[in-house]
Design a binder for this molecule. Sequence first.
Ligand code: CTP
Length: 216
Amino acid sequence: MHVLLTAGPTYEPLDPVRFLGNRSTGKMGYALAEAFAAEGAQVTLVSGPSQLADPANPRIQTVRVETAAEMFAAASAAAEVADVWVFAAAVADYRPAQVAAEKIKKAGETLTLELVKNVDIAATLGQQKRAEQFAVGFALETTNELAHAQDKLYRKNFDLVVLNSLRDPGAGFGHDTNKVTVLDAAGQIVNFELQSKAEVARGLVSLILARRAAKL
Ligand code: CTP
């Protein structure tokens, strides 16, 4: 089995020394890569800038990228041959319309940046997903969590969507622990306890493998 995983943030350059980014550490995605590899899968881990070291497991091939466009190119190259796609990256939705060739100098009291939309990696690949392929996305919501997550599942053609809790202390960005809820297209819900990201990853991988087996 081959797994394509996206992980970490993306950095969208503004000038040679600045970028727009986010606080994703990549921990959840890297933990998923380890958990899939432990089950014997070959993993292509397409990672945005993360402080984490490349996983040492020989079954995990790490491809380092910076921008959403680079992540899309690397993910597209691996998607066709992958049996399972997991989109754990926190992709920047927008990038600066222009990348200045020289460092932007301080000038007026305000500065307005124009941003343009980035490619939606999961949604674009979702349009070419074959019946035997299995896609999993992540969602981070602050209102109407379940409804928004389910809407994302349909829009992006996911088989499962993993909803990150923002309400629980210790869950989400930067933490070593996480608390997630998994939804499928039928509206069935699986709740995971607050536990280490490694434990959450093992639980998610066994759920994904079971659901995929049931689908085949
Ligand atoms: N995703 C992606 N490419 C993007 C944006 C998101 O592949 N350009 C993936 C994420 O990796 C995640 C899922 O889509 O698996 C949902 O990401 P999220 O940021 O919650 O969704 P958005 O479509 O950006 O929706 P919104 O920001 O409106 O909530």
